[in-house]
Design a protein around this ligand. Structure first.
Ligand code: AMP
Ligand code: MG
Length: 339
């Protein structure tokens, strides 16, 4: 949700290059490639009026960025600067869902993590390692229970120093909005690649499943396998996507809200497959925070999504609903988790 480009952008481009989402023979597609929400995006639409539809899709992404970004004069940026503010019904809807998922994940997904992410320098690019005392103080200004939204859409915080970061959910929401918009226009086949988020509208134009490459969290020139799917979002979160190094230690951008430090719970990346793009995005972040055991328990207790976990020790764990649709690259063995 930020506008500067850096190492992350390069990593994400190489990830996109690994995605195999071609349209199929004889299909006429039009693509828009652009930089938004702090990442490279490519939207490819097939069928009649493809060019116009791709432009509509880009406009929709930019509209949502202007609403939810932490920069500029978005509704969220105003709240963060003033400590309160009024929001549109649309932003309210996103906030309410984020809060609901925060409760469901018992705080692993927490949009009030803003001051902590800020202290680590992930918004400005001026990276630093805050000390324990500073983190402790900042953590005391987080928690979704400290956000209130009144009937007339006024957002207030229970404490000073709080802020909202929709960076863990915004691209998923945007992808879903574009999906629904294009579907309303009658488009039956489109591919939205929004950084680490992929949103599929329908199947490929020739009717076959899309093939989405899942990047290795250990080597950005390799992928660990391919997921075949249609009409779902496939969202990956990983420490390798945005990070800095200090004194030989890697500090990445997904913060464990219980510690205020980058989540270090044994996972290198998490991919979520779900027909709800917003949920896919929020859960990929949350499951990364939960770690292997937490993620597997959460999946067993909650339906509505499938997942692929890559552990720090290079194991791949897939939930049973996606197991038949995942083709690992040679050398990777997958473990299947079932309910
Ligand atoms: P994602 O790439 O979707 O996993 O989202 C990561 C981004 O979400 C980070 O760059 C932060 O802006 C924000 N974030 C970091 N940790 C959390 C968390 N535990 N819950 C919600 N958002 C987070
Ligand atoms: Mg996310």
């Amino acid at each position: 949700m930020r506008k500067h480009m850096g190492r992350t952008a390069c990593l994400i481009i190489s990830m996109l290059l690994l995605l195999s989402g071609c349209g199929g023979e004889g299909s006429t597609g039009a693509s828009e490639e652009f930089f938004a929400m702090d990442t490279y995006m490519r939207i490819t639409v097939y069928g009649d009026d493809a060019e116009e539809m791709a432009e509509e899709a880009k406009d929709e992404i930019e509209r949502i960025e202007a609403l939810l970004s932490i920069t500029g004069e978005s509704e969220i940026a105003v709240i963060n600067a003033e400590g309160e503010g009024d929001v549109s019904d649309e932003t309210r809807g996103v906030l309410e869902r984020a809060i609901e998922i925060g409760k469901l994940t018992e705080g692993a997904f927490d949009i009030t993590i803003y001051p902590v992410v800020d202290a680590w320098g992930f918004f400005s690019g001026d990276y630093r390692v805050p000390d324990e005392e500073e983190i402790g103080e900042l953590i005391s200004h987080t928690g979704i229970e400290n956000i209130s939204i009144s009937d007339d859409n006024s957002v207030t915080f229970a404490q000073q120093g709080m802020g909202i970061d929709l960076g863990g959910i915004g691209k998923g929401y945007a992808g879903q909005r574009v999906h629904d918009l294009l579907a309303d226009y009658g488009v039956s086949s489109a591919l939205m690649e929004l950084g680490g988020n992929v949103c599929l509208l329908g199947a490929k134009p020739d009717g076959s499943l899309w093939r989405v490459g899942i990047m290795s969290p250990f080597d950005d020139s390799e992928r660990i396998g391919v997921i075949e799917a249609e009409d779902v979002s496939i969202v990956t979160s990983g420490g390798y996507q945005r990070y800095f190094m200090e004194d030989g230690v890697v500090y990445h951008h997904i913060i464990d809200p219980s510690t205020g430090f980058p989540a270090d719970n044994g996972l290198a990346s998490v991919t979520v497959v779900c027909s709800d793009g917003l949920l896919a995005d929020a859960l990929s972040t949350a499951l990364f925070v939960m770690g292997e055991d937490g993620a597997c328990s959460f999946w067993k207790e909650n339906g509505g999504f499938e997942m692929l976990l890559v552990t720090d020790d290079e194991r791949i764990i897939v939930s049973s609903g996606v197991a038949d649709f995942f083709q690992p690259e040679d050398g990777y063995i997958t473990e299947v988790v079932s309910r």
